[in-house]
Design a protein around this ligand. Structure first.
Ligand code: 5AD
Ligand code: SF4
Length: 492
């Protein structure tokens, strides 16, 4: 367990151990000596900035990077004008890549004035061969580049960077390795993401994820449960189980286990009060899972169920393995078994060959389902995916125009859905002091809606009853009440 490891006791005169994670602790100890030299020279600890650019999986990886940097002795900062900057990149859409190229230009200028600065890049974008070529050719000021499969080796790679000049690149095509028990620095003390599986086997025809994250690998349930038990002891009340396709959890384990079975084990853990998970592929969502959700006291009344398109023809082209009717039937079944569940989704507009009729089908599903919220994306062509090779790409103007129509519809429906909660008393997990107004705190309902209410930082991490007084479209203003419904604190 990393909390018990004392880096000072590691003998750096001996060879690094072969086995993991002991090997990484050896390199953390090595990096630590470099940090101590830095402190002596500059009179302060070096500052590190970890920039998270992607999804929840990416955010969890960033917590692992931060955990390692903290253990080594770096001070954390949100400013990119730091001694060490690492971009944990995303590549799911082209604009994510463009953002990285743009920001690297800025970092280069800063580094010219601060030559001791180190710049590292990791995450999904680094798994693309063209990206690595471009970095080698035109971005020689970058010190370290690694991908998604060897993130556990970060300390070892950093030790190399701190010792030598020139760009260190270590990209793996795939791995079966899952290294447990490395340090993690959580962003919130009361909630945490937990990886339950890595990779994706689905190969939706537009998506680059299976190419950059590799094949599906599930963590052993005992490792997951051990981690959650420890988190619960540390004060975590809400967990988010993470995977590209959580519904196929456990299929490739030595002792197979379904996702629904895993959820029931998590439910038993004392101290955990809320369970969320992300992401569910509709094709793998089992009756067993719906049943477990229906009777659970802890699983949140929220399901993110990506639709992608409402047109059965486009869904086939997307390789999604369900059609419009099957999706709608699934929604009906869930609504029947889990009353009051909030549904959210992902939708792509402008997939190659999408006609006005196809788009109308998407709008129709959005209306029929009535999502509490939806992430809408313009289709982005990703080199190497089957959809990128299609001839009939939708003109940008057309796609943008559809996107606007969809967004309007999604917002109208979401506002109506939210309105229906007004006046209700709901349990809310308070997450932070409101950034704009310090007299307010911000929290989430089980359904994932956001609510602002008068309060103080002492309420953070607690689940309290809140009366939802006023709906503001996709969030609420409320007030804390006791069980009988009377207000504790009056709204200013
Ligand atoms: N273009 C646009 N959106 C995409 N997504 C995945 N790949 C693409 C792409 N090439 C969206 C999907 C997925 C979400 C995480 O990102 O909707 O569910
Ligand atoms: Fe991409 Fe489809 Fe896998 Fe999701 S399920 S990560 S959209 S390939």
């Amino acid at each position: 367990m990393y909390q018990e490891i004392d880096l000072e006791k590691i003998d750096l005169s001996s060879e690094p151990p072969i086995e993991e994670p002991a090997r990484q602790y050896y390199f953390m100890a090595k990096c630590r000596t470099w940090i101590q030299d830095f402190e002596e020279e500059y009179g302060h600890k070096p500052k590190a900035c970890v920039v998270n650019m992607g999804c929840q999986m990416n955010a969890r990886d960033s917590e692992k990077l931060t955990g390692i940097l903290e253990m080594i002795g770096y001070e954390q900062t949100d400013r990119e004008e730091a001694d060490f900057v690492i971009y944990n990149t995303c590549t799911v859409r082209e604009n994510a890549n463009n953002k990285v190229w743009g920001r690297l230009g800025y970092l280069n200028n800063y580094k010219k004035r601060h030559p001791h600065m180190k710049i590292a890049l990791c995450g999904c974008m680094m798994q693309e061969a063209e990206v690595i070529e471009k970095l080698k050719k035109s971005y020689s000021f970058v010190d370290l580049v690694f991908g998604t499969h060897n993130i556990y080796k970060f300390a070892e790679l950093l030790a190399t960077v701190l010792e030598q000049q020139g760009m260190v690149i270590d990209i793996w095509k795939s791995t079966d390795m899952i290294v447990e028990d490395l340090p993690v620095e959580r962003k919130y003390f009361f909630k945490s993401g937990i990886n339950i599986m890595f990779g994706c086997n689905n190969f939706c025809s537009y998506c680059i994820v299976p190419y950059v994250r590799g094949r599906e690998r599930s963590r052993k349930s005992e490792d997951i449960l051990k981690e959650i038990r420890r988190l619960a002891k540390e004060g975590v009340v809400e967990v988010m189980l993470l995977g590209q396709n959580v519904n196929s959890y456990g299929k490739n384990l030595e002792e197979p286990m379904t996702f629904a079975e895993l959820l029931q084990e998590v439910e038993k853990i004392e101290g955990i009060e809320r369970i969320r998970f992300m992401t569910s592929h509709p094709k793998d969502l089992s009756d067993e899972l719906i049943e477990v959700m229906g009777r659970s006291k802890k699983i949140c009344r929220h399901l993110h169920l990506p639709l992608q398109s409402g047109s059965s023809r486009i869904l086939k082209e997307m390789n999604r393995h369900y059609d419009k009717e099957q999706y709608l039937q699934l929604v009906e079944k869930i609504r029947r078994s889990v009353p009051g569940i909030a549904l959210t989704t992902d939708i792509i507009v402008g997939f190659p060959g999408e006609t006005e009729e196809d788009f109308a089908e998407t709008m129709d599903v959005v209306e029929q389902v009535g999502y509490e919220s939806a992430f809408t994306f313009l289709y982005s062509k990703r080199t190497g995916t089957p959809a990128a090779g299609k001839e009939d790409q939708v003109p940008e103007e057309k796609a943008k125009e559809r996107f606007q129509r969809l967004l309007k519809k999604v917002q109208e429906i979401a506002a109506k859905k939210a309105e229906a909660y007004t006046g209700k008393i709901e349990p809310v997990l308070v997450e932070e002091v409101n950034e704009q107004d310090e007299s307010l705190v911000t929290g989430r309902l089980s359904s994932n809606f956001v609510v602002h209410l008068p309060g103080t930082k002492e309420m953070i991490g607690k689940i309290i009853s809140v009366k939802l007084n006023e709906c503001k479209g996709f969030y609420f203003y409320g007030e804390a009440v006791n069980e009988t419904g009377s207000a504790f604190a009056k709204k200013q």
